[in-house]
Write a protein that binds this ligand. Structure first.
Ligand SMILES: Cc1cc2nc3c(=O)[nH]c(=O)nc-3n(C[C@H](O)[C@H](O)[C@H](O)COP(=O)(O)OP(=O)(O)OC[C@H]3O[C@@H](n4cnc5c(N)ncnc54)[C@H](O)[C@@H]3O)c2cc1C
Length: 309
């Protein structure tokens, strides 16, 4: 019996079984490993996040041998040259079953400001190893923020870091879902073909030389019938831990029951660089009167700041 079986999540060493350079900014990795046989969620995977621990610069991979429930709590206390780096990614899809279960992850390669997660993915080859922390079938895990309430007018918004999540959600939506999705990517070559319900419009925006999130901000406001330009967000106004969902607030704001707001059917999910998300949040909630309980706003990364651990 593998040691991971005792844990409430699957903590398993995984091996890259396929690498595909999707486009200039994305690399797709297929992760395989015996422990993945036990992963699973109750319902769609939607935007399920998971942790990946990548090896140190010297190639040392953290050990999950004999891991028990204290593993996660004590991992960060170990010297970085032993433990490597933990990063958050999205389950793009799950392939196969049983011992052949594989997890697909699309990683943004960001050469200008590199970090251990992006660097590892960019250099990954078949056989590269990492450690994954994923939901165990039958055990509540959390990490899914998307919901699809009946009758929702969906609004999905993301930069490249949220492209995997939005594409995964679009592919899993029922055929009768309605709404719109807006995705901003660095260059036009990053635009992907994605299956989606006919009633959900998908707009890709290639950033080019524009500021990060500017095109996205404009397009979302136009979609909501508001034409104002994107407000400048000062660096000290950006909430680095921005994570506001209908059921959780990183700022401790009271969670009020839905009042209908200015867009009663709207159900929005917005993720990406923190300044971009902070700006959109301000506009939607403060200026357009969108009810906070109808939106999940999530800072996936912050310009100039490495993820903790
Ligand atoms: C719930 C959740 C799901 C996510 N899913 C995915 C996913 O499926 N695929 C994915 O690629 N990312 C995803 N991210 C974002 C990813 O975790 C961050 O981008 C992370 O910082 C990458 O780690 P790193 O080691 O490459 O860079 P870090 O060491 O964290 O940062 C190093 C430098 O790179 C910059 N940087 C970090 N990310 C980016 C970026 N995307 N573009 C440009 N510069 C960047 C930082 O600002 C910093 O200056 C997700 C984040 C969350 C919270």
């Amino acid at each position: 019996m593998s040691t991971a079986v005792a844990l409430p999540m699957v903590l398993a060493e995984v091996t890259v079984s396929a690498v595909e350079r999707l486009s200039p900014s994305f690399v797709r990795l297929v992760l395989a490993g015996e422990g993945l046989a036990d992963i699973g969620v109750d319902g769609p995977w939607w935007d399920q996040r998971f942790k990946l621990v990548v090896p140190t610069e010297d190639g040392v991979l953290t050990s999950v041998e004999d891991a028990d429930e204290t593993w996660l709590g004590t991992w960060a206390d170990r010297p970085v040259e032993e433990r490597g780096h933990m990063r958050t990614y999205t389950v793009r899809s799950v392939l196969g079953t049983g011992a052949d279960t594989r997890v697909v992850v699309d990683v943004v390669v960001h050469p200008g400001a590199s970090g251990p997660g992006g660097d590892w993915a960019a250099a990954a080859v078949v056989g590269s190893r990492a450690v994954a922390l994923l939901p165990r079938r039958g055990v509540p895990f959390g990490g899914i923020e998307f919901t699809n309430p009946p009758g929702a007018d969906l609004l999905l918004v993301g930069d490249e870091s949220a492209v995997p999540a939005v594409c995964a959600v679009l592919e899993q939506l029922p055929d009768d879902a309605t709404g719109a999705a807006f995705l901003e990517v660095p260059v036009a070559e990053d635009i992907q073909a994605v299956r989606r319900p006919p009633g959900v419009a998908l707009t890709w925006l290639a950033r080019g030389v524009r500021a990060h999130g500017e095109a996205l901000h404009e397009a979302v406001l136009a979609h909501l019938g508001a034409g104002a330009p994107a407000p400048e967000i000062a660096v000290d106004e950006v909430d680095p831990d921005l994570w506001e969902t209908p059921t959780w607030s990183s700022s401790g704001e009271p969670l009020e029951p839905a009042s209908g707001g200015a867009y009663p059917q709207l159900h929005a999910w917005i993720a990406g660089e923190s300044a971009m998300v902070t700006g959109l949040r301000r506009h939607l909630v403060r200026e357009l009167g969108v009810d906070r309980s109808q939106v999940a706003f999530m800072g996936y990364w912050r310009r100039g700041v490495a993820m903790r651990s």
